[in-house]
Structures are given as C-alpha cells and as structure tokens.
Design a binder for this molecule. Structure first.
Ligand code: PLP
Length: 488
C-alpha cells in the first residue's frame, strides 16, 4: 500500500466505521451466527496474491458483521458495557499508526510519561487515595484487563510475604504440592512451610480463582467467603476464616474485596475487610472493574469507603469510561512491591536512563514485556469529554437504570432480584427459572435488545447493564416492551 493508497483507504475505513455506528440499530443486537458459519464463508487458504482493499471491506460487511454481537448498540445490555467512544477509537488508530512499543521509558519516553501523568489525573478525578499517585511511593499502570491486574496483585502479595521471586536460588525444596502447600520452602521469607491462603467473597469475579490457579496457590487455598442477602462479603466470616487458618499454621496473604460485583454490582464493606487484612499482614486488593468509573461523580464515592486501606486497586475504563477495549488501570500504594516481583534486567534491554534509575520502566510492573500505547486513548477521552462530560455519561446511565427499576418494582409480573446499583438492574419474572430463561431467549433472539443472566439467591435473574454510549430511554423502554410481549 503506497502512502497515497493508505490515505485513501484510511478514509474508506473511517467512513465504513462511521456508517456502521450510524446504522448499528438496524442489526439484530445478538448475533444469529451458528458455530462454524463464519469460517464456512472464509477462503479456505490465505490468498496467494494481494487483494484490493475494497474487496476486503466488502467481506468485512458480508462475512464478519453477521458474526458479531453489536456491543456498541444502544440496545446492548449484556454482561457489563464495553464503551467505545469516537475519540478513543481515533486515538487507538493513531496508537496503531505510531506503532511504538512502550516497554521502557527509553523505547518512547512519551508513552511512559503520558501514562504516568493521565493515571495521576485519574486518581484526582475519581477521588482515589493520593497514595496511588506516582509522586509518592505508589503509582498506576495500564494493563489489558482486570484479570491481569488481579493476578499481578496476587503475585506481588506472595512476593511481599515470601520473597519468592527475588530469591535467586528459586528452588522449592521437596517439590510443589498439589494442594498449594509450599512444602519445604524453608528459607523463603521464613514461611517455614506454611501454606498461603487467599480470600474473596463468593460473589467475587472468577478472575480471582483464575489467579490462584495460575499462581500455583491452588483453588483449595482460596476461601470464598459468605456474602449476606445483599451479596456483600460478610466481614465477620472473613475474620473468622483468616483466624482459623492462622491458628492452623497457614498464612493468610491476600484478600480481594469487590466494589461492583459481576452478578449484581454489590459493594463489599472494604473498610471492615481491610481491618482483617491488616491484622494478618495480608495484601488488600480492590477489584472495582466495573463500578470504579462511577467515582467521577462525587455522589458514588461512598461505595469506595475503605479504599485508603488497599494495597492495590483496579478498574476498567474500557467498561464504563468511554475508552475502548482494552484499557485497565491498576494502582498500587508501593510500586516496589511490583518491581520486586516483576523486574528483569537482561543485557539487551539495558540503557543509560534505566541504569540511572530516574525513570519508570513499565515492563517491570506487570507480566508482559511489550506494551501498547494505551495511554493515548485515555488522554484523548479525558480531554475530549472533560470531567463534566464523563460525569454526565455516568449519571445518564444510572438515571436510566433507576427508571427501569421503577417499572420493575411497579409491575405485578416482575420483581427486582437485587437492589439497582450503578447502571445495573437485576430482575426476574415471578415465574420459575425456566420462565425466565425462556423470556431471555425470546428477547435476545428477537434481536431488538441483548441481555444476559445470572443466578442470585439460587434463582435465575436477568441483568440489564446500561452503559452503551448511545443508549437513551427509548432503548431501555424497548426492553420492557419486549419483556411484556414475551410474557405470555
Ligand atoms: N472483576 C469484575 C468485578 C468484573 O465484573 C469483571 C468482568 O466483568 C472482571 C473483573 C474481569 O474483567 P476483565 O475482562 O477486564 O478481565
């Protein structure tokens, strides 16, 4: 592609995207694609000769679009939202076009410094503890997902308790037992063979379970703590579980509290949880993947009471802060905890700036070495919308959620399955699980809207997560009409 062709096709691609967004309501929100149907429409082998760009765009429309669920549709209400705003799309395009690799300050200083800077902006914008700012001992880093951040938090917590990664010998005497027991760890941080134990609510996201599996802690050493009837972790049960483990010679080392659980956006009592973590010297990680964005509005900051006790905190601008996937923010109060865990220094990456120690090398703050220039899209978003625009975005969705929850509460046939929180409404038909599954199936197959489900208090519930950029009341009201139509 010549530079002139690049310019021409670039215009075509943006036109195509602009048209896609303009006509997005004409597509069925959930895909009707059947397994294998996309592949069946693709060429059986990569083409021998290059093909015209127009042909590729035509196949994008013909083959790929029918196999999509339209997450940016204003009638997409499944899972949690995945906002893609125009400024963020353009910034991501520019990031691709620049094609830099920001693994270290030296490989493109602007990538590192912009990231540090906008993450400091966000601390202030969201009213987060100033300990997360980079001008003290803490700091923030952009990762791909909340799952990765939670894994990093768990690994840093283990490091703080065991000195495992920084022990150059790196040999676990006597092998690693299936149950996660460190066996004869012996020298590692004076653990003396104690088993490490992690804690989270039974309502916590599955990424906590994944993290303990990946880290080799073992699922047997993750305690999923009871939640109350509002799906919030019971801090007394947490304290008891930690005390019981400690008395038995095990080492509580990691606690994950959730602000905005995946099922129902419940908020764990972080302050009480943090007190138990502190008693045991355990790391407190706060997962606010979805709800964190709400803190741009002061009225939602009450949900974050106790975050000042956290060692780490994560949230996803890619869910609800107008920044397209992927963009996860991860803060720590002590960045050395990350560098102790992840720092490497091979000769081929050595450079004067890193050696002098005055710069941040984000490669040492997480698992991958290479990193995209994701800060660019956050910067574009924060500058394009301003704090005021972001607040309006969040408040509009919460307002729509309240209106829908009012409809449910006033209905004879439907009821709330959990209190409406943030932009999420969990509700159900008063009939049985099968009735609820049938309604969900019918609404989604109808194509006018897309919702997902969860199980709350042992019963199926429907989740309406409001968060797409273009959602208005008419789209939300459309779901209610579809519910009533399918309640026969
Ligand atoms: N934590 C919570 C509370 C979530 O709701 C989710 C996803 O919905 C995640 C973590 C995982 O997010 P990610 O896809 O960024 O890993």
């Amino acid at each position: 592609m010549t530079p002139e062709q690049f310019r021409e096709h670039g215009h075509q691609a943006i036109d195509w995207l602009a048209d896609y967004h303009e006509r997005i309501e004409s597509y069925p929100v959930g895909t009707r694609s059947r397994p294998g149907s996309v592949r069946a429409s693709l060429q059986s082998a990569a083409p021998e000769s290059g093909e015209p760009f127009e042909l590729i765009l035509r196949d994008l429309e013909r083959v790929i679009v029918p196999g999509l669920t339209h997450w940016q549709s204003p009638s997409f209400f499944g899972y949690f939202p995945s906002n893609a705003s125009p400024p963020s799309i353009l910034a991501d395009l520019i990031s691709s076009g620049l094609g830099i690799q920001g693994m270290m300050w030296a490989t493109s200083p602007a990538c590192t410094e912009l990231e540090t800077h906008v993450l400091d902006w966000l601390v202030d914008l969201l009213g987060l503890p100033s300990a997360f700012r980079s001008d003290g001992e803490g700091g923030g880093v952009i990762q791909d997902t909340a799952s990765s951040s939670t894994l990093c938090a768990l690994l840093a917590a283990r490091e703080r308790m065991t000195g495992f990664a920084s022990n150059a010998a790196g040999v676990i005497q006597g092998g690693y037992k299936d149950n996660g027991d460190f066996g004869n760890l012996g020298d590692f941080g004076n653990l003396g063979g104690a088993t490490l134990v992690a804690y989270a609510s039974r309502e916590a996201h599955s990424s906590v379970t994944k993290a303990v599996k990946v880290a080799g802690i073992g699922e047997a050493n993750l305690r999923l703590i009871e939640a109350d009837d509002e799906q919030m972790m019971d801090p007394a049960a947490l304290g008891l579980a930690m005390d019981t483990d400690a008395k038995a010679g095990r080492r509580p080392f990691f606690v994950c509290a959730t602000i905005g659980t995946t099922t129902s956006a419940a908020v764990d009592p972080v302050r009480a949880i943090g007190a138990h973590a502190a008693r045991h010297g355990a790391w407190l990680h706060v997962d606010a993947a979805y709800a964190g964005s709400a803190c741009v509005c002061e009225e939602f900051r009450g949900s974050h009471d106790g975050v000042d006790l956290a060692d780490s905190y994560t949230f996803n601008p890619h869910k609800w802060l107008l920044t397209n996937f992927d963009c996860n923010v991860f803060y720590v109060r002590d960045r050395r905890a990350l560098t102790d865990t992840f720092a490497i220094n091979p000769e081929y990456l050595r450079n004067a700036a890193s050696d002098a120690g005055g710069v941040i090398d984000y490669r040492d703050w997480h698992i991958p070495l290479g990193r995209r220039f994701r800060a660019l899209k956050l910067w574009f978003v924060l500058r394009s919308y301003g704090a005021d625009g972001l607040r309006r975005h969040i408040r509009r969705h919460v307002e729509l959620a309240k209106r829908f929850a009012d409809l449910v509460s006033a209905s004879n046939n439907f009821e709330l399955a959990a209190p409406q929180r943030f932009g999420l409404v969990c509700f159900r038909h008063r009939g049985d699980d099968e009735k609820n599954r049938a309604i969900l199936r019918a609404v989604n197959e109808g194509g006018s809207a897309y919702l997902t489900h969860a199980v709350i208090d042992g019963k199926v519930a429907l989740r309406l997560a409001i968060g797409a950029v273009g959602t208005e009341w008419r789209h939300v009201a459309g779901v209610w009409e579809a519910m009533e139509e399918n309640d026969e």
